[in-house]
Design a protein around this ligand. Sequence first.
Ligand SMILES: Nc1nc2c(c(=O)[nH]1)N[C@H]1C(S)=C(S)[C@@H](COP(=O)(O)OP(=O)(O)OC[C@H]3O[C@@H](n4cnc5c(=O)[nH]c(N)nc54)[C@H](O)[C@@H]3O)O[C@H]1N2
Ligand SMILES: Nc1nc2c(c(=O)[nH]1)N[C@H]1C(S)=C(S)[C@@H](COP(=O)(O)OP(=O)(O)OC[C@H]3O[C@@H](n4cnc5c(=O)[nH]c(N)nc54)[C@H](O)[C@@H]3O)O[C@H]1N2
Ligand SMILES: [Mo]
Length: 779
Amino acid sequence: MTSDHQSPDSSRVPGLLPEVPRQGGYGPVTDGAWSSSPYRHAAASWGAAKSVGSILFQQRELIRGARSMFVMNHPTGYDCPGCAWPDDKKLTLDFCENGVKHVTWEMTPKRVKREFFAQHTVSELADWTDFELENEGRLTEPMAYDEQSDRYVPISWDDAFTLVGDVLRGLASPNEAAFYTSGRLSNEATFLYQLMAREYGTNNLPDCSNMCHEASGRALKASIGTAKGTCDLDDWEEADALFVMGVNAASNAPRMLTALANATRRGAQVVHINPLVEAGETKTIVPHEIVDMAMMKETSVSDLNMQVRPGGDLALMRGLAKVVLEAAESDPTVLDRAFLEDFTAEFEAYRDLVAATSWDEITAQAGLSEEEIRRAGQIYLDADKTVISWCLGVTQHEHGVDTVREITNLLLLRGNIGRPGAGPSPVRGHSNVQGNRTCGIDHRLPAWADKLDEVCDIVSPRANGFDTVNSIEAMNDGRVKVFVGMGGNFVLAAPDTVYTAAGLRKTELTVQVSTKLNRSHLVHGRRAVILPCLGRTEKDEQASGLQGVTVEDAMSMVHISHGKRRPASTELKSEMAIIAGIAQATLPESRTPWQWYVDNYDRLRDVMAKVLPGFEGFNELIKVPGGFRIPQSARERVFQTPSGRAEFSLAPMPNVIPAEEDVLILGTMRSHDQWNTTIYSANDRYRGIKNLRELIFLNEADMRARGLAEGDFVDITSTSRDGSQRTLRRFRALRYDLPRGAASGYMPEMNALVGIADYSTQSDQPLMKNVAVRISKSA
Ligand SMILES: Nc1nc2c(c(=O)[nH]1)N[C@H]1C(S)=C(S)[C@@H](COP(=O)(O)OP(=O)(O)OC[C@H]3O[C@@H](n4cnc5c(=O)[nH]c(N)nc54)[C@H](O)[C@@H]3O)O[C@H]1N2
Ligand SMILES: Nc1nc2c(c(=O)[nH]1)N[C@H]1C(S)=C(S)[C@@H](COP(=O)(O)OP(=O)(O)OC[C@H]3O[C@@H](n4cnc5c(=O)[nH]c(N)nc54)[C@H](O)[C@@H]3O)O[C@H]1N2
Ligand SMILES: [Mo]
């Protein structure tokens, strides 16, 4: 793989994009024959069980791993560090294949020790695959980069904190540092982290949410006054219709399959909206139903699949609204008139806007026929209660905010919000990405900042800080000199890999708080430290005894999580302790009792209870098994918008059809066998792929038009908004059932194609589902 990168610094990043093509992408190198054949079985069936078995075996965790599954997602156990799907309290075994992978990956008995770093220079490690790096196992002690030997060498915790503190105190301005968060940081660590950043004097708090659900938050805030969905699992269970947009549920939120299967069984309608028909969009064997599994009894999870054009979701939503408003002309019961009258603003203007939008425009932009849209519209009309849910297929586009607002418009028409069985329900990503925002990870000042200042006796900076895209720019032009990564793998997760890497390399210092070795440790600043932390599954022992931490799931439920296992190394510190260590070294005059909070997390929770709305009585609330729900005013039909009403949006219809005929719209996505930048294998079971990650899925007609046969090598060139081009070479073209003009392939290999200028002007989210590319046969 090579990259012809034309942004300011075009120097190659060693190891990041190997010159010599290898098969397996950033995953394990494989010389096994690659293959592509349609998957014909139900999602989550024995294939999943078999895969769980093989993963446990691989990581030699058979016994301990199996036992761990029984305490996962249980009131007495730990929260699965995987996705943010809520726990079903009625199930004794609520876990999924991918959660198991995720947990065993963390629980591996393999260890990265100081001898490992002594044996390998950083330049040498840079040539390893990302799989090989992570597969070395858990990090065990703090390490600092030594320029002389090009190696990481051991450093004591005290010296590491002093080093970080000295550099941070030496900056001309606190705004020369950026503090990144990946979404599995607990609520407590999150709160302490933002407190540190704000007391230090910056709002530079980029996070993975900037690449994930920023659009959902902004849209919902504008439409209904709260930045979150309003549904919980009970609503999913009560809905008559479920619309599921732009999510690969079978791989990325597998426990959703249970909800979908239950819905179809009780006669609810399930509509999937996705350019690809994903495995979880046809049939499943419900993961927990052992008897059904034994008998291979499948349950349908779909009534209608709509293969929308990439970015065509807004047009589709407007089409559905058109069906509703047309029906309302002859049937007075179609609209919830009382709700529209009492609780919403701008309904008439929206009705006029929909009337003025022609069917021709809608069908062209949605890439669906009027008949198909009418069918889905009828499902919506027939349902008394509807939930609409969505993930990255909706958000990672230029018009992500408008699209989520259009989803809300559609729900408002029939009063599908603030009553049981109905509402907007974004599917969040990382297990605590929603909690991170609640607890203050935001480059803009949270609404409760005055309270924070008062309770914590600090003065938060008022100006907006840098988000993810801004931080990358700022590192490249020298405005940010220190990058702190609280989890995650920034260099691979971010867009424009080569440019992001160049930015990180220009910094004075990079600090990575991690559980496993990854690429972000190798693409470092002039100085660098790796600070190893406890994982969610491990016991966290502090002065006052064992500690628990809380997380918030995608449905606003907050509950406590207690690690059960012996830590991977006695040298590991909790994220709380690491943040406190950095804070004390950076802010010697601070009046914040950092260590006192670490000694007993209850003390910090008492502070959080005073600052965060809905957390009053925090320590008491989490004693209730299953935790508590953060009150959501929109759920009670109290809309905290400027007008005090739910606001219809009046977005112009975007044109999502590329102007040039040879341009394809590429969406980057996850395979079944990966967790973001962590890649377990080069297989993608539900899409029928074996031993291959450097691939691009294309419509058959688009392949024919380019004279491409199945498996041909192609070069993929993206053209950014700023005119710069980026190329990935020798990816295999594969036929797939997706609309003409659409293409699809894997992140993070394809992140090198996403230009830094290509982010949404509405949400600032990188356009990871909307990369304009041309492809040609490789030389
Ligand atoms: N096992 C596993 N689970 C995960 C993750 C993981 O990596 N592995 N990641 C977690 C994280 S952080 C997140 S944010 C979520 C991500 O969960 P998903 O959103 O499911 O993530 P992607 O793999 O990016 O898949 C995006 C889906 O959107 C579809 N799509 C692409 N373009 C469009 C479009 O224009 N319109 C519509 N309607 N659909 C479109 C794609 O075909 C694909 O099915 O999953 C979380 N859960
Ligand atoms: N092209 C493209 N790019 C994307 C996306 C896309 O759809 N397309 N999706 C985006 C999205 S939605 C997201 S959320 C980001 C993901 O971005 P990140 O959250 O930055 O990336 P991850 O791959 O989840 O991070 C993996 C690393 O986290 C560390 N880690 C694991 N567990 C813990 C822990 O308990 N504590 C700490 N401190 N560290 C831990 C390990 O060292 C591991 O290597 O990627 C984004 N990038
Ligand atoms: Mo995410």
